[in-house]
Ligand binder design. Structure first.
Ligand code: X2X
Length: 333
């Protein structure tokens, strides 16, 4: 066989194979947006669920994942989700609070002491209350919230050891009144910036620091543009998996149940992934040059208290919502 023959043969194969393997076009395509890099467990578990949903629907239903803000930054995609241009997205409850004010409730500073308390609340009465409020705004949340994690503060110039180190500290925060309020209460200078622009905001020194859970710091490579990491655990943050109501209601009842089931199961697996990862990541990131410290949280809480943070948010959320939070985590403020 000459080289030319070989070339022709492989060209023939290359043309024939994809044609044979091409699946029938799905009847329904749900475009699903996330803000995290593909390597984050959230995207990996979503991809798995999408494959299962494809096969369980006999190829009729396709969940098409667009990670890393391919469809736009969070606040843009939220508009697209509401209009129906995007059918599903993962979104922090705190950012969702621009539409559903109580959705930021779980982000109140130092509300959650640990994961058992988080999952008991979010899979229990508090989560049910929040999903009810989200549904009233015309979005359909899947039952299980996905883990983002306990948030830690990173910085470029100096470590954050006590609340005074946050005075006038230029910190990127996601777009949400609660985040801005929290860091103003610490005396910092927060700038609301979508995640899509966070790496470059740090790289260009538009801001000195940011705060995120370790799996985000790792997968988005924020350690490349930050030097210090203070393990403040100042809030727990999760991602609601939201659907446009009309798009979700357009599925058959069987498909709706199957999609819920698969995505909820995937969320539980993602929570486990993050639990495993989080213990390993401090070492991994330290090896990459990030310098860790573990500040005493007490003076940070005290600072929030003195600034009137808890009083202010109790009033803003109202007695019912605040009561829901305190029922889950104990008396606050
Ligand atoms: O924007 C962030 O920092 C992130 C990735 O944690 C959220 O989506 C809230």
């Amino acid at each position: 066989l000459t080289r030319r023959h070989l070339g022709a043969a492989s060209l023939g194969l290359a043309l024939a194979l994809p044609a044979l393997r091409r699946p029938l076009a799905a009847e329904t395509v749900l475009r699903l947006s996330t803000n995290l890099p593909p390597s984050h467990p959230l995207n990996q578990r979503l991809l798995e669920a999408a494959a299962t949903i494809g096969s369980r629907s006999d190829g009729k239903l396709e969940l098409r994942l667009f990670p890393a803000n391919q469809l736009g930054a969070d606040t843009d995609v939220l508009s697209q989700l509401r209009s129906g241009a995007v059918q599903m997205m993962t979104l922090s409850g705190l950012i969702l609070s621009t539409l559903v004010p109580v959705a930021s409730l779980n982000g109140v500073g130092f509300a959650f002491p640990d994961y058992p308390t988080v999952w008991r609340a979010m899979d229990g009465a508090l989560g049910a209350f929040l999903r009810g409020e989200i549904a009233k705004a015309g979005l359909t949340p899947m039952t299980r919230i996905w883990d983002n994690g306990f948030r830690q503060i990173t910085s470029a110039a100096k470590p954050v050891e006590k609340p005074e180190d946050l005075a006038n500290f230029k910190i990127r925060v996601p777009v949400s009144p609660l985040w801005t309020s929290l860091f103003r209460a610490f005396g910092a200078a927060p700038a609301s910036i979508n995640f899509a622009e966070t790496y470059s905001a740090l790289q260009t020194r538009l801001v000195d620091g940011q705060e995120n859970p370790l799996p985000v710091i790792e997968t988005a490579r924020l350690y490349e543009v930050q030097k210090f990491c203070a393990m403040t655990n100042h809030m727990w943050d999760g991602f609601w998996l939201l659907a446009n109501r009309r798009a979700f209601a357009g599925l058959t009842t069987g498909q709706q149940e199957m999609v819920q089931q698969e995505l909820d199961a995937a969320a539980l697996r993602e929570r486990e992934d993050l639990a495993t990862l989080s213990t390993a990541l401090e070492g991994t990131l330290a090896a990459r040059g990030l310098r860790f410290n573990a500040p005493d949280p007490a003076p940070f809480r005290q600072k929030l208290q003195q600034a009137g943070f808890y009083e202010q948010w109790k009033t803003r959320y109202g007695a019912e919502a605040w009561g829901q939070l305190e029922a889950a985590v104990g008396k606050l403020g």
